[in-house]
Design a protein around this ligand. Sequence first.
Ligand code: ZN
Length: 379
Amino acid sequence: MKKSLLIVSTCVLFACGSGENIELVDIGSDTKSSVTLERASKSKAKNVILFIGDGMGPNQVTLAKFATGGPDHRLSFENFPITGIVYNHSAESLYTDSAASATTWATGIKTINGYLAVDAEKTFLPTIPELLSTKGYKSGLVATSSITHATPAAFYAHIDNRYKEKEIAKMLVDSDIDIALGGGAEFFNLGKSEDGPYMIYDNEQLDSNLLSTKEQVIGLFAEDGFDRRLGPPTQLEMTQVALSFLEEKSKNCTGFFLMSEGSQIDWAGHDNNVEYMLAEFTDFNATVQAATNFAIENEDTLILVTADHATGGLVLQRPKGSKIPAQWTTGSHDLSPINIYAYGPGAELFSGVMDNTEIFDRILQALDYKNLDSTNCSS
Ligand SMILES: [Zn+2]
């Protein structure tokens, strides 16, 4: 078990897929009809939920759609009324890693691969949760990797090396993040502290009623990334608890920001493993659907679904009977642009072709950040 996790994380660092694999994937039969989601009547969002499918390029989305129900099937976010195309080069290269890409959504600035919320000169960059906390916002992060991994870390850590996860863990404890759920227990100093965040470590503690009485929560359900065979919570379970925590805590505040990542779609791409990729994607898709149901009930919530980059150079070839030959052409990230899907107030801002830095700008625009009054959330 430990060994397979080790292989996965080694692949993340060194791109270990052979890049020659062709896997035959069955076309699925779940053709349930799509739901029409209308454009929002309001233009200003109160809450933002940002979903990241790490490594989820357009062909990962297409393969998941075909494997689930064929060409007429709609994935949860394919029902969203607005879509755009996002280019994602880093400050130094056309090739981006997760750290540089996540830094663009978190701060609006491009940086060097491996850097988190500092610019190419290592200057501190304020992140969306930090900016919003001054306006009375609550923020949360969910990931199926360690919560100190590049994507979630870009929202609270300021450091020029994504692999210094023990330092990053300290930054999370001291950050403005109100709830953070994922893996990475091995990076935290687990000594008891009276005034630190409330720490939880097992599925039973992932309970909305229990957590609603706490100010700041960090949930660590694995030593590092999640090994699903060991039964950590799903992305769906963590995101639902984070959503209800943030909804409750932001009642007397301006609103909330939540980032939820399907981290291992990327790891499956590095590993050139379709079955692994589709399993991770299934949890991701269900999580987006649950959040969409929340946004249908709470019309002031903007939902965005995007990726940091595509992984694996996935090519979908001419079908053989009812099977799709899916070929991985690299064990690394590739340069294809990725999609963004938007639903809720402000969604129109995410239409067209954009650079990944513009996602940050457009989120603040959707919230009308400049004109938000500062509040301290007290009732
Ligand atoms: Zn990767």
